[in-house]
Design a protein around this ligand. Structure first.
Ligand code: DGL
Length: 266
């Protein structure tokens, strides 16, 4: 099929290693409520952030192949880890399909004050990859930036735990080495983390600002669709289909719960 023939009512595929990308889906829904969405979580293979690059690359490419072959008009890779592993290759493979990735929202955090102290929370792979190193280099002169790999954190959200004593202890331990009094901003560099933003705020204090890349990714998706003439002009609310490589009633229920869960910026 020629891409210009694509039906503008076809869904936007939103992909993550699990349920984290729902934080991006929420931002997309705020930006474009009338679009149809197809959310796919690869929970059977999660976590991605502690895997080898080649493995995450292969998984991401094979999922995106399937979204495009099934007619998705655009793909949002709502996973920082999968974006750093595969988005460049995907754009080479599908030059005519809008493919939008997500990266840690370091820019607004680094520019949020006068040489602010910023911590970037992300998966070990995101922090290791070249894409993040290039991002760091761009802002290291305007902010004091510390990268904080958070292995083990996404698993809480994946199990549906977004508050409670155990999670709180995990977060306290994670931030133990840092002087919270001097901290200005925390970047939520994994799409699972916005779901624990309330717990984070409790630990970090009210003056620390949290930065989530979801809203910027949603705005970028809208721009890209508009440029490609693919925005759905429909005036009614679109549909959302949830799929998961680990299909179960519990995952389905968790997806619905996270779609409405209270988050710090809401
Ligand atoms: N949600 C993913 C991200 O944004 C990572 C979680 C995982 O390790 O699979 O990086």
């Amino acid at each position: 099929m020629n891409f210009s023939d694509k039906n503008i009512t076809e869904p936007i595929a939103v992909f993550d290693s699990g349920v984290g990308g729902i934080s991006v889906l929420r931002a997309l829904l705020r930006e474009m409520p009338n679009e149809n969405y197809w959310y796919y979580g690869d929970s059977a293979n999660a976590p991605y952030g502690t895997k080898r690059l080649e493995e995450v690359r292969a998984l991401t490419i094979s999922h995106v192949d399937s979204f495009i072959s099934k007619g998705a008009k655009a793909v949002v890779v709502a996973c920082n880890t999968a974006t750093s592993a595969a988005v460049r290759l995907l754009r080479q493979k599908y030059p005519d399909v809008p493919i939008i990735g997500i990266e840690p929202a370091l820019k607004p955090a680094a520019l949020s004050g006068n040489h602010p102290n910023v911590i970037v929370m992300a998966t070990p792979m995101t922090i290791r990859e070249e894409k993040f190193h290039n991002l760091l280099e761009r802002y290291m002169d305007v902010a004091h930036i510390i990268s904080l790999p958070c292995p083990g954190l996404m698993e809480y959200i994946e199990q549906g735990t977004i508050r409670g004593a155990e999670l709180e202890q995990f977060l306290i331990k994670l931030f133990e080495p840092f002087d919270k009094e001097k901290l200005d901003a925390v970047v939520l560099g994994c799409t699972h983390y916005p779901f624990v933003s309330r717990e984070l705020k409790k630990i970090l204090g009210g003056s620390v600002r949290l930065f989530d890349g979801g809203p910027g990714t949603a705005r970028e998706t809208k721009r890209r669709l508009a440029n490609a003439g693919l925005l759905n002009p429909g005036q009614t609310r679109g549909t959302i289909q949830f799929d998961n490589s680990s299909p179960s009633k519990e995952k389905q229920e968790l997806c619905m719960k996270l779609l409405d869960a209270p988050m710090e910026e809401d």
